[in-house]
Design a protein around this ligand. Structure first.
Ligand code: AHR
Length: 636
């Protein structure tokens, strides 16, 4: 098989946003995941305010059983959050409250953990609180204590250093003396967060994201944007400002509509819109917030805001742009400034609605579009067409959005690996004059969409690589793409497959992660033609290919995917530019299609470097069965 690469003519420019990431707080991706807070229900705001907390009366950890009790008091804790806990200690034996963390707390020997809490003493003589990591048997794994004083709310800080590494630690808080004391915002973070930020993010997880070199960060979802009901939609304004003021919300994935509902899933919004913008900035990715458009999640109630009542929703969008980009003397620019970021975030994109469709969506989209463009004509608006299954709504959405000259349409694919292989030519026939595409959520499903048995196996990842050659060849139409969902806690997930898996100590990238990484870090600036007998490879001989060049690094980048069970020999003939006599390869493959990465073997399927011999602008490559390979060569 001979492939011809034309290096002279650029077919299309590749957008810097071509490969990005889609973050949604599903599978405990934010609280219990990226957001490094280790205390579950730190401010006693869950529906059951003591969820996550146990008392000695109901636990075996402490000898005494009757020395005190906690009750939750409403409406006067720290700042505007509603609850605080009142502890009454009745005898000197000591009384403890224990937090279980997010399915345990992962602690590392010798590392430092920043602990803080707000306390106000009532009556009696409690003046000391002992804080300790404990194991399942109540054994002390490292402790410290804080002295408290005064009846006014005060913040206290201390540092804990575990004596061992333990994946399932808990935190106990023991009061010495008798009397009453009130507590709120009990918080524990590893000191070693991403960029060392206090109340920051898990370093290992952000590193995995950063290593993808993402072109954009889409947030905060996904279905959670819309909410189960309109009242429970994601409201960005409630996620900024002081931590204790951020009003907690039940997570949309804490529901009977989730495949594995998690009753303890709430959004603390410690990871809020400011933090998302900051994360995007850290990764040099374009921030791409998606806002609700006045329709609750279609898979839940689908509740609608009457058009005449849409104003507050539209105002949220306008205010968000001001929050991200406005001068510090504008009301929302000032909020950003007070949070420590006087410079604008330079937001260029805003998404309106997630997976909504039909005339109800279009009617609402029009109102947003008019208002946003009137005030911010350069803001690029991402609209949505819903999941790209066979449904008529999808066709309808596209037709209407085309009429409106929509700029970018978000379409989603969750389908079988075969579907991905068969759709590598999907965008070859898209209208070159219509809206651009944001392939905003896609993932091959090894069993069936939303099946809890789906695996991140090699067949799925390889099929996505085949599909992605089609995205890349059509970079004139496809401007943004992202795999979904992004992350999952191995003990707390609602949806599988997911690109990154983690527990409280470890994390790893799936084969799908490495496919994304290989594309994202070998993007190139221009699409080139790569053809066999005058045609692109979109599955003939079970082969797929795309070619790009990077005009900055002066490299040509060839992506080849062999989905067959046989090794295949390819002769590649480069024309139009002289190449160096040797190139480099990066090979991603597995021994069989069922193979996966795991906590035990996190890099079983990961890119391996190889040498590629080039002679007189030609090379011969043996592409092993079931392989994704990138070839790089310098243009002289
Ligand atoms: O990625 C999981 C869910 O799939 C998203 O929340 C939603 O947009 C889609 O249906």
């Amino acid at each position: 098989i001979t492939l011809n690469v034309d290096m002279k003519n650029s077919i299309a420019k590749i957008q810097p946003t071509m490969y990005g990431i889609f973050f949604e707080d599903i599978n405990f991706a934010a609280d219990g995941g990226l957001y490094a807070e280790m205390i579950k229900n730190r401010s006693f705001e869950f529906e059951d305010p003591k969820m996550g907390w146990t008392e000695p009366n109901s636990e075996k950890y402490y000898m005494n059983t009757k020395s005190g009790f906690a009750h939750v008091t409403r409406y006067s804790g720290v700042n505007t959050n509603r609850n605080y806990v009142s502890i009454k200690v009745e005898d000197e034996q000591g009384y403890s409250l224990i937090n279980e963390g997010f399915r345990g707390m992962g602690i590392k020997k010798g590392a430092h953990y920043n602990m803080s809490l707000y306390a106000a003493i009532g009556e009696g003589n409690i003046s000391k609180i002992k804080i300790a990591f404990i194991d399942a048997d109540g054994k002390d794994l490292g402790n410290t204590s804080i002295s408290i004083r005064g009846s006014n709310w005060k913040k206290y800080d201390t540092v804990l250093t575990p004596t061992i590494t333990e994946a399932k630690a808990k935190l106990s808080i023991t009061f010495q003396g008798t009397g009453t004391v009130n507590l709120d915002m009990v918080s524990l973070f590893p000191e070693d967060t991403w960029k060392g930020r206090k109340y920051g993010m898990r370093k290992d997880l952000v590193k995995l994201l950063d290593d993808l070199d993402p072109g954009f960060l889409r947030f905060p979802g996904g279905c959670i944007v819309e909410g189960r009901t309109l009242a429970q939609r994601y409201q960005w304004k409630k996620t900024v400002g002081p931590l204790a003021d951020r009003e907690l919300l039940i997570n949309r994935w804490n529901t009977e509509f989730a495949h594995r509902p998690a009753p303890d899933y709430f959004q603390s919004f410690g990871l809020g819109f400011f933090e998302y913008f900051q994360l995007a900035e850290d990764m040099e990715a374009e921030p791409l917030p998606i806002l609700g458009c006045g329709i609750a999640c279609q898979f839940n109630t689908g509740e609608l805001v009457p058009l005449e009542d849409l104003d507050p929703y539209v105002q949220d969008a306008l205010d968000l742009i001001e929050f991200a980009n406005g001068d510090i003397d504008t009301p929302w620019g000032q909020v950003r400034n007070e949070m420590g970021h006087p410079e604008p975030f330079n937001m260029k994109y805003i998404g309106i609605g997630n997976e909504q469709w039909g005339s109800v969506y279009i009617e609402r989209y029009k109102v947003f579009e008019k208002a946003i463009k009137a005030k911010y004509p350069n803001m690029i608006i991402v609209s949505g067409s819903g999941p790209a299954a066979e449904g008529d709504y999808f066709e309808y959405g596209w037709k209407e959005l085309k009429k409106l000259n929509a700029e970018i349409v978000d379409e989603h694919f969750y389908s079988s690996p075969e579907w991905f292989r068969e759709n590598a030519a999907r965008y070859d026939t898209y209208d070159r004059n219509g809206p651009k595409v944001f392939a905003g959520e896609y993932a091959a499903q090894s069993v069936a969409i939303t099946s809890p048995d789906n695996k991140n196996n090699w067949e799925c990842a390889l099929s996505e690589a085949a599909f992605m050659t089609g995205l890349e060849r059509n970079a004139d139409v496809v401007h943004l793409t992202s795999y979904a969902p992004l992350m999952a806690h191995s003990e707390g997930w609602q949806w599988t497959p997911d690109m990154i898996w983690f527990d409280n100590l470890e994390s790893y990238g799936t084969p799908n992660y490495y496919v994304q990484k290989m594309f994202g870090t070998h993007r190139g600036t221009d699409v080139l033609s790569i053809q066999e007998n005058g045609k692109p490879l979109t599955g003939q001989h079970d082969l797929y290919a795309s070619a790009t060049k990077d005009t900055d690094s002066r490299e040509v980048l060839i992506k080849l995917v062999n989905t067959s069970d046989k090794d295949q020999t390819l002769n590649i003939d480069f024309k139009g530019q002289k190449l160096a006599d040797s190139g480099r390869g990066l090979v991603l493959r597995a021994n069989n299609l069922e193979e996966v990465n795991s906590f035990e073997f996190p890099k079983k399927i990961s890119p391996q470097p190889s040498e590629v011999a080039l002679r007189k602008n030609k090379t011969k490559v043996v592409l092993p069965a079931y392989t994704f390979m990138i070839i790089k060569a310098k243009m002289e």
